[in-house]
Design a protein around this ligand. Sequence first.
Ligand code: NDP
Length: 245
Amino acid sequence: MSDTDPQGGSPTGRSVLVTGGNRGIGRAIAEAFLAQGDRVAVTTRSGGAPDGALDVRCDVTDPAAVDAAFAEVEAAHGPVEVLVANAGITQDTLLLRMSEDDWSSVIDTNLTGSYRLAKRAAKGMLRLRRGRIILISSVVGLLGSAGQANYAASKAGLVGMARSLARELGSRSITTNVVAPGFVETDMTGVLTDEQRDTIKAQVPLGRYAVPAEVASAVTWLASDDAGYVTGAVIPVDGGLGMGH
Ligand code: NDP
């Protein structure tokens, strides 16, 4: 499994699994772990992992596919030591227009998908007696967002889940934390109009969107030895947008 880097004393060569790592925030996270010498597997539905990562197909809404993806990663890289549950979708609309499918598809991907991943990862981590589980939430999970009741509920749910897992798994040196990005330049926010983007930027104390690498920095820190005593935390990477929440 992990070796110790003689330069810095940090673990390298860990088995890292990043869901949704073919683009946007997940890709930046996968690239950051690759750059530090970890063995990275990226799962998506459509493929296209960054160079150097194991490219695994997995729809997180399918429990059998999640199990099969872990088996593939374990065979190639050993048990997953760092899980980053990043895959997520939006299906925005106002409450009275929100269909059962709009609601359940977002909850199933963002929240239940993360439960499936964390449960499968925890099996191996409990045997190793160490591990890092990092869930990618959103500032809107705590702030709320008109037109995003489904998405905000899914992202708020991750906080309760992470804090419960932090309590369940902590005695085995497994940490569970949440990263809550604000608005980040990715395909997900690429659909917003210039007017919407300007309105958002005006509310962000730093006055700009994040780039994906800025979210990745928080994730690699949570996975590092330096964050060994951090669990059940919600780390905002939001330019100050969610302050106080
Ligand atoms: P993108 O839309 O750019 O990418 C989403 C990723 O998730 C893709 O890799 C996609 O791969 C994967 N994915 C979606 N559905 C599934 C599924 N059912 N099974 C497996 N993989 C899936 O998103 P971002 O990079 O912008 O967002 C990444 C995460 O960060 C999400 O959880 C999002 O909610 C969160 N976030 C984003 C913010 C932003 O401003 N962009 C702000 C706050 C949080 P494929 O389609 O190939 O399966």
